[in-house]
Design a protein around this ligand. Structure first.
Ligand SMILES: Nc1nc2c(c(=O)[nH]1)N[C@H]1C(S)=C(S)[C@@H](COP(=O)(O)O)O[C@H]1N2
Ligand SMILES: [Mo]
Length: 523
C-alpha cells in the first residue's frame, strides 16, 4: 500500500475527529441557549441565561474596560459585550466538546458547571421569580443530551490507538444530527428571542397610556432657540436622546402593578401606586440631563420637557428622619443612585419623579413608567430609571451602584460648553460661517460664553434666552472663515461668576473638565 498516501488520509481523518468533537460542544451549547430562550419566553421572560450572564459581566467588569467599551463603541457597547460573550461561549463550548472526546464525561461536567454559573446569574438578578431557574435547567438538560448523542457518534478512543480506528466513524450520522440540532437551535433560539422582544406587552401598555394634562406648563421664551445649521436643537428628540445604563435588556415594568416604596429612616413606610402618583398632579419641567461619562466635547447630554411630581412631595408622605442625608433610589433592575437628601427636599430645586418626556410617556429605554430627574446632578447619582424604591438613609450607611466602582458618591454637574459646528470631520468652504454650540451649568445658569480662534483673544458670543437655569443655552457667532486650518476653543462662565475649569480631568471619579478646542479645516 502507498503508505504516504495512507498517513495523509489518516491525519486529515483525525483532524476531522477533533473538528467534530469541538463542533459537538458548540452545537450542544447552541441547543442549551436555544431551549433556554424558548423556556424563558414561556416561563420567565427576564431569565435568558445569555443575557443574565451578560448583565453579570456588566456588573463585574473593571472600570477601565467599561470606559474602553463606551469610548470605542459608544452606544454599541452592549453589542460589543454580547459579541465578546458569544465568542467566549463558542471557545468554551469547543473545549467542552474536545474534553468530552478525550476524557468523557468531562465535557458534560464543563457544560453542567457553565449551567450552574448561568443559573446563579439568573436567580440572583433583581426581580427574579422562582421560575427564573427553569430556562437554565431545561436548556442544560437539552445541551447535555445533544452533547452525549453527538459524542457517541464520534469514534471511541482506542486504548492502544491505531490511527485507522480513531479516524473511522459514522461521519454522515454525526453531521446529520449536528446539522439538525444546530439548525433547530438557530431557528428556536433566534425565534424565541425575537418573539420575546417584540411581544413585550409593555409597548402596547405604554402606547395606550393616557397621562392627565399637566397643571402647569413651561413658557418657552422668545429667542430660546437659534437657527444655525449643525447646532443641537433646543430640545433633544427622544430617539436622539443619549442612553446610558447597565441594563442589557430594557426592563419592562407595567404601570398597573408598579409601586414606589419609600422606606428606610422614615416615620412611616409608604407605598404608592402609579394611579396615586398621577393623582398628585403633574407639572411640566425643562431640565438638561448630563452623564458623568461625557467627555469634553461629548454628546452624553440632552435637554427635555418632563412631566413629573416633585420628589419632596412624595418623600413628605413618609416623614423622613432629619438625621438622614441621602436617598438611595433603586431601579427594578437593581441599579441604585445616591442623592443628597437636600437636593430632593429643597423647595427651590425641581427634583422630580418624571412620567413623561417631550410630550409622551417615558420611552421604555428612558425609564418607563417612572424615573427621577434632578437638576444639577450627574445621572448616575440621581436619574434612576425604572424607579421602584426610595430609601431614606445616610452616606455612611449605604452605597450606590457606581460608588464601589470608582465614582464619587456625590457628583454635581460641572459647568461646561461644547462646540457643535463646525466639526473637525467636515471641511468648511471659505467665506461667512457660523460657530455655534451649547453651554450648561444646571441650577446656576450660564452668564457668558467666549470663543478663541487660533489662540487669539477670547471674545463673547451670542447666547439664546435660557428657559431656566436648569437647561443648557445655545451660543453662536459669525465667522469669516479663511482657507487653511484653524483652532476654535470655547469656555463658559456661570451666573455665579465661575469660569469653566481649564484643567483637563478624566470622567472618573466625578466628571470631565477642560476647554474644548477643535481643529477646523477651511478650503
Ligand atoms: N436603572 C438605571 N437607571 C439609570 C442608570 C442605570 O444604569 N440604570 N444610569 C444612570 C446614568 S449613568 C445616566 S447618565 C442616566 C441616563 O439616562 P438616559 O439613558 O435616559 O439618558 O440614567 C441614570 N439612570
Ligand atoms: Mo451617566
Amino acid at each position: 500500500m502507498p503508505s504516504k498516501h495512507q498517513t495523509g488520509t489518516t491525519r486529515s481523518g483525525r483532524r476531522l475527529v477533533w473538528f467534530a468533537a469541538a463542533l459537538s460542544g458548540i452545537v450542544a451549547a447552541a441547543v442549551f441557549l436555544a431551549i433556554a430562550e424558548l423556556a424563558a419566553l414561556l416561563f420567565a421572560r427576564g431569565s435568558s441565561p445569555l443575557l443574565t450572564v451578560g448583565s453579570f459581566v456588566i456588573d463585574i467588569v473593571p472600570r477601565w474596560a467599561k470606559e474602553f467599551a463606551i469610548e470605542t463603541f459608544g452606544g454599541n457597547d452592549k453589542i460589543f459585550l454580547l459579541v465578546s460573550l458569544g465568542v467566549a461561549v463558542v471557545v468554551a463550548a469547543a473545549i467542552a466538546g474536545v474534553l468530552q472526546q478525550i476524557r468523557p464525561p468531562l465535557g458534560v461536567v464543563v457544560l453542567i458547571a457553565a449551567g450552574v454559573f448561568a443559573g446563579a446569574t439568573t436567580v440572583t438578578r433583581a426581580g427574579a421569580t422562582p421560575l427564573a431557574v427553569v430556562p437554565v435547567i431545561l436548556g442544560l438538560a437539552a445541551g447535555v443530551v445533544i452533547l452525549i448523542l453527538l459524542s457517541r457518534r464520534l469514534p471511541k478512543r482506542a486504548a492502544n490507538g491505531s490511527d485507522d480506528e480513531r479516524a473511522a466513524f459514522d461521519r454522515r450520522g454525526f453531521f446529520r444530527v449536528a446539522g439538525i440540532a444546530a439548525a433547530g437551535a438557530v431557528v428556536v433560539g433566534v425565534g424565541a428571542r425575537l418573539v420575546n422582544v417584540t411581544t413585550s406587552s409593555i409597548t402596547a401598555v405604554r402606547d395606550a397610556l393616557k397621562l392627565p394634562a399637566p397643571k402647569s406648563t413651561v413658557t418657552i421664551p422668545d429667542g430660546a432657540e437659534a437657527d444655525v445649521d449643525g447646532l443641537s436643537p433646543l430640545f433633544t428628540p427622544n430617539d436622539k436622546f443619549y442612553r446610558v445604563d447597565t441594563a442589557l435588556t430594557v426592563p419592562t415594568v407595567d404601570p398597573a402593578t408598579w409601586t414606589l416604596t419609600i422606606d428606610g429612616m422614615v416615620g412611616e413606610q409608604v407605598q404608592i401606586t402609579f394611579e396615586e402618583l398621577l393623582a398628585m398632579g403633574l407639572d411640566e419641567y425643562v431640565i438638561t440631563m448630563t452623564c458623568v461619562s461625557n467627555e469634553v466635547g461629548g454628546n452624553l447630554l440632552g435637554n427635555a420637557k418632563w412631566l413629573g411630581i416633585p420628589v419632596r412631595d412624595v418623600l413628605k408622605r413618609a416623614m423622613p428622619d432629619s438625621k438622614a442625608d441621602m436617598v438611595l433610589s433603586t431601579s427594578v433592575d437593581g441599579f441604585t443612585a445616591s442623592t443628597p437628601i437636600e437636593s430632593l427636599t429643597d423647595p427651590n430645586l425641581d427634583a422630580i419623579l418624571a412620567v413623561a418626556m417631550n410630550g409622551e410617556p417615558l420611552p421604555l429605554e428612558h425609564g418607563f413608567p417612572v424615573r427621577m430627574v434632578v437638576p444639577g446632578l450627574y445621572g448616575y447619582v440621581s436619574a434612576t430609571k425604572w424607579l421602584t424604591k426610595l430609601t431614606v438613609t445616610t452616606f455612611d450607611k449605604d452605597e450606590a451602584y457606581w460608588t464601589p466602582r470608582g465614582y464619587d458618591a456625590k457628583a454635581p454637574i460641572k459647568l461646561s460648553s461644547r462646540i457643535d459646528t463646525p466639526r473637525i470631520d467636515k471641511q468648511l468652504p471659505a467665506g461667512p460661517a457660523k460657530i455655534a454650540g451649547v453651554a450648561w451649568a444646571q441650577t446656576v445658569g450660564i452668564a457668558k460664553v467666549e470663543v478663541s480662534i487660533d489662540n487669539g483673544d477670547w471674545q463673547s458670543v451670542n447666547l439664546t434666552t435660557a428657559i431656566n437655569d436648569d437647561t443648557w443655552v445655545q451660543w453662536w457667532m459669525d465667522w469669516e472663515a479663511t482657507a487653511g486650518t484653524h483652532y476654535v476653543a470655547v469656555r463658559a462662565t456661570d451666573k455665579a461668576g465661575n469660569l469653566q475649569i481649564e484643567e483637563q480631568a478624566p470622567i472618573a471619579p466625578n466628571g470631565s473638565s477642560g476647554w474644548q478646542r477643535t481643529l477646523v479645516r477651511v478650503g
